[in-house]
Design a protein around this ligand. Sequence first.
Ligand SMILES: Nc1ncnc2c1ncn2[C@@H]1O[C@H](COP(=O)(O)OP(=O)(O)OP(=O)(O)O)[C@@H](O)[C@H]1O
Ligand SMILES: [Mg+2]
Length: 355
Amino acid sequence: MTSEQTPGRATALALGAARAPGEAVIRFEQARKEYPDGTVAVHELDLEVQEHELLVLVGASGCGKSTTLRMVNRLVEATSGRVLVEGRDVATVDPVALRRRIGYVIQDVGLFPHRTVGQNVATVPELLGWDRGRTRSRVGDLLELVGLDPATYTGRYPHQLSGGERQRVGVARALAADPPVLLMDEPFGAVDPSGRRRLQQEFWRIQRELGTTVMFVTHDVDEAVRLGDRIAVFRRGGHLEQVSDAVTLLARPRTSTVAELVGTGSTVRLLSIGELTADDVAAVPPRPAAPSGRPAGSEPAAGTVAVGDRLDVVLQALAAAPDGVPVTEGGAVVGHLTADGLLRAVRRTVASAQG
Ligand SMILES: Nc1ncnc2c1ncn2[C@@H]1O[C@H](COP(=O)(O)OP(=O)(O)OP(=O)(O)O)[C@@H](O)[C@H]1O
Ligand SMILES: [Mg+2]
């Protein structure tokens, strides 16, 4: 057993060590995928995912999201260009070693039908040669993390679960060995809307806690806004239209494809419901005195927003002032709002409107 584990672990270590500090964890360099029948699924893609980042890919059906994701773990090989994971061209890495460092969750989870929930979640720890005690306690922790009581679920088989429960097991299995990179392809697609929101919330918390670098595919703009540090919008033919944080995407869609996509979601409508609170402002660290900075307490000026303003108004003000705007309360300037603060307000609004 040991002789089988050592080479894999050594490769995995070498993989992790190849990335220079500050370098992206996943990097597409002019990566193209053309299927044998001539379909161009991904067109000369340049894209980076930073360490600890949750990047969401969104776009219409057939625009190349799954293909993009599958190039990372070599389920699909790039036709030209390169995909680097932790600084190394994946084409040069043993696919088995690669996949041990990359969790993968798909909509149709792909649990092993003849293995129990516990055995499914234990798959990668077993491959890595963890001892039984460590594996068992990890499985219990993860089932609790995804909201499945270990006492009830560990011994069940996949056919004894609901679709949403199977997806939770899929997430737990992918996280089991604490992989530095996680690929998720519509992982919550089979869950009912309220279960889905709960899962999104739990997953977001888990991702923050573990610091996993994630590429996440969805059709759902609200899910993208709720989860993504950045959102990459694709157009048919595998063209990357825009990649930015949610607020920039909503405020300044760069193309008509992006505008249509965000316009048809409910997120924009939710902006007209949400209000700016003092917390959104207070959460922003005070800006150092800069020529353009206005000290707190000074006279409000044009281009300011107020606590209690509707978020669509705030978004408009921010769109015109990308560095941020002063915030007033009772007529006095009480702070400074940046895109980050608005993003927090949007997330809170989306969460309270839907949850
Ligand atoms: N094995 C294949 N052979 C030929 N064409 C393929 C193959 N797999 C995918 N495609 C095509 O490549 C394009 C991109 O497919 P992909 O699965 O990446 O899209 P997607 O954005 O994930 O779509 P969806 O949202 O429906 O899952 C589509 O036009 C699809 O028909
Ligand atoms: Mg897909």
